[in-house]
Design a protein around this ligand. Structure first.
Ligand SMILES: NC(=O)c1ccc[n+]([C@@H]2O[C@H](COP(=O)([O-])OP(=O)(O)OC[C@H]3O[C@@H](n4cnc5c(N)ncnc54)[C@H](O)[C@@H]3O)[C@@H](O)[C@H]2O)c1
Length: 408
């Protein structure tokens, strides 16, 4: 069986939900922890019982014993770090977003193409139950053609974002906290694009000029001179449809990542209380709330393919919905928490399996570019009074990605 050595780069907040998953994967022999902050690194080595620590990504790149890196560094660092690791011969898993600049994302895609190594974006939305459900129904032809979609990531600053940017930005946190919301679009865009396989070709975007007393979105305070705390983009899709994306960071709302999709044959509508599958026949409306709820999935305790089948001690897999193909997960994942609506375990398993088998993962570099670049161009549009702008497209992946998610 493949035995990989994986370096977790960045032992901050988000990595805490992933270190165990990497550590306990049957194809992983050993993990190495890395963080520029020596105290954080020592604490994490102790907490997770890891014997090897390496201070920086630079040093990891010169260590030939490491097969792959998982980047959990600050959100504005990913693309150049991924390129650095790929050029050093490492496979790369990267937390979102892909990058914050079109040129650095282009360099990333070129580097993946040239090196032939695995790059995967850790997009949590891809494994949200509603997204999995819609992907399956779209592929079965049940939607017909996509007419229109809407997706949103709503996260108000008062819901923890001040703390997030203080720990990510340190003393300079005010220079990064006021980033354009459309620079973090992948939770929304991936929901629509991963279902239909289309990409965004044009955008017109409007920005909401912030006037909050904290001044985070004032010109000169943040490094982008960005004044928008909320942005709404209307995108043209390559399949003839369109979609609306909201990225809101200052809003009277408890928060959400959600989407709806309207097709010529049927529609999926997500709302505060749940979700519905709709057709022209009102009587045939299906309430999907229970089918998508992450309340735990009963699974059989059997072994298969050397990977095992997951079962928790009470016969359910915690945090998963009936849409999640828990049968494909390693036995060692039983009882482990899988955060963000069950997604974490699948993200790690996808990446490790693709590295082991040298296959193209679902959220590969070309898809990651298509999730991210539209947001970067949307921000440009909102700086030009909503001018309709063309979105650069870096093209299709050279082959079809592997598909692990089918239910038994
Ligand atoms: N749903 C999601 O997909 C989701 C949710 C939360 C966070 N995230 C992403 O996770 C990432 C991490 O967020 P966080 O809140 O944990 O950040 P964090 O600031 O807590 O952790 C980042 C760590 O990376 C370290 N680091 C940076 N450069 C390094 C280098 N060259 N070598 C070694 N270590 C380095 C820093 O010292 C820091 O400790 C962000 O990019 C964020 O966008 C995604």
């Amino acid at each position: 069986m493949t035995q990989l050595r994986i370096a977790i780069v960045g032992c901050g907040s988000f990595a805490q939900s992933f270190i165990r998953l990497f550590q306990l994967h049957p194809y992983v022999d050993d993990i190495v922890l890395s963080d520029l902050d020596a105290d954080k690194l020592a604490d994490n080595a102790d907490r997770w019982d890891v014997s090897t620590t390496i201070r920086s990504l630079d040093d990891i790149c010169t260590d030939s014993s490491i097969d792959a890196v998982a980047l959990f560094t600050q959100n504005w660092m990913h693309a150049p770090q991924a390129v650095q690791a790929l050029n050093a011969g490492k496979h790369v898993y990267s937390a979102v977003p892909t990058g914050i600049d079109v040129d650095e994302i282009r360099a990333l895609v070129d580097t993946v193409q040239r090196t032939g190594l695995v790059y995967m974006l850790g997009e949590t939305s891809y494994y949200y139950p509603g997204v999995i459900y819609c992907r399956r129904r779209f592929r079965a032809g049940d939607f017909g053609r996509v007419i229109y979609g809407e997706a949103e990531y709503i996260h108000d600053f008062d819901h923890g974002l001040y703390d997030v940017y203080r720990w990510r930005g340190g003393d300079a946190w005010r220079s990064v906290a006021g980033a354009p919301p459309m620079h973090y679009p992948t939770h929304s865009t991936s929901e629509i694009l991963s279902v239909s396989g289309a990409h965004m070709t044009h955008v017109s975007c409007q920005g909401f000029v912030d006037d909050h007393e904290d001044g985070l979105f004032e010109a000169g305070v943040n490094r982008w001179d960005n004044s928008f705390s909320n942005q709404t983009g209307l995108f043209r899709l390559s399949d003839g449809g369109s979609c609306r994306i909201n990225e809101f960071r200052r809003v009277g709302h408890p928060g959400a990542v959600r989407f709806s999709l309207y097709g010529t044959q049927a529609s999926y509508e997500q709302h505060v209380a749940g979700a519905s599958w709709l057709t022209r026949d009102r009587q045939a409306t299906e309430d999907l709330t229970d089918a998508l709820a992450c309340t735990g999935v009963p699974v059989a305790a059997t072994e298969a393919d050397g990977m095992g089948r997951v079962t928790a001690s009470d016969g359910t897999h915690e945090g998963m919905s009936a849409q999640h193909a828990v049968h494909r997960l390693p036995l060692s994942y039983a009882d482990l928490k899988s955060g963000h609506a069950g997604s974490h375990a699948f993200l790690v398993d996808d990446f490790i399996r693709c590295v082991a088998d040298n296959r193209l993962p679902p959220n590969h570099a070309w898809a990651a570019a298509r999730y991210t670049i539209p947001g970067l161009i949307a921000h440009e549009s909102s700086c030009s009074e909503g001018q309709l702008l063309q979105i650069p497209d870096l093209g299709d992946a050279p082959s079809d990605p592997v598909e692990f998610e089918a239910r038994p």
